[in-house]
Ligand binder design. Structure first.
Ligand code: CMP
Length: 139
């Protein structure tokens, strides 16, 4: 399994001041931060990031939400990073998220669900390169 994954602290969690608490959960779970930046996506950029979902009924809502306020983009490193991080964030729908997960603690709904996590090593690399050059990630 690959060693890196990509996450975003989404506008709901960033705006609520939960970024520090979420990063603390991430570090306590054994992940190292290897790149990070705070930015505010335009609707167009959010649309590009989530292009794989463009045929989904929630695509417009998703792009509106992801451009509604600042986010923090972070590259994380750990053995088995992609799979372990998806366990740490919990189910997309916070009503189904397990106790101890980030979404159980901080997500509001299926759309406003506090954090993103890449679903494969390939997508982790693609999503990281959307925000960071290789020179911005710690070697
Ligand atoms: P994320 O893991 O960032 O990737 C795709 C996102 O689409 C997902 O998190 C959810 O926030 C969002 N999403 C999935 N299903 C729905 C839905 N039914 N309504 C709104 N947003 C959704």
């Amino acid at each position: 399994a690959g060693k890196r994954t990509f996450t975003m602290i989404k506008p709901d969690a960033f705006g609520a001041g939960n970024t520090g608490a979420i990063i603390k959960m991430i570090e306590e779970a054994g992940f190292k931060l290897v790149a990070g930046k705070i930015t505010h996506l335009t609707k167009e950029l959010a649309g590009k990031f989530y292009e794989v979902h463009k045929e989904r009924p929630f695509y417009g809502e998703l792009c509106d939400f992801m451009s509604s306020g600042p986010i923090m983009a972070i590259v994380l490193e750990k053995d088995n990073a992609v799979e372990d991080f998806r366990k740490l964030i919990g189910a997309t729908n916070p009503a189904e998220a397990a106790e101890g997960t980030i979404r159980k603690a901080y997500a509001k709904s299926v759309g406003e669900n506090a954090v993103h996590g890449s679903d494969s090593d390939e997508n982790a690399a693609i999503e990281s390169s959307f925000f960071f050059s290789k020179f911005e990630e710690i070697a």
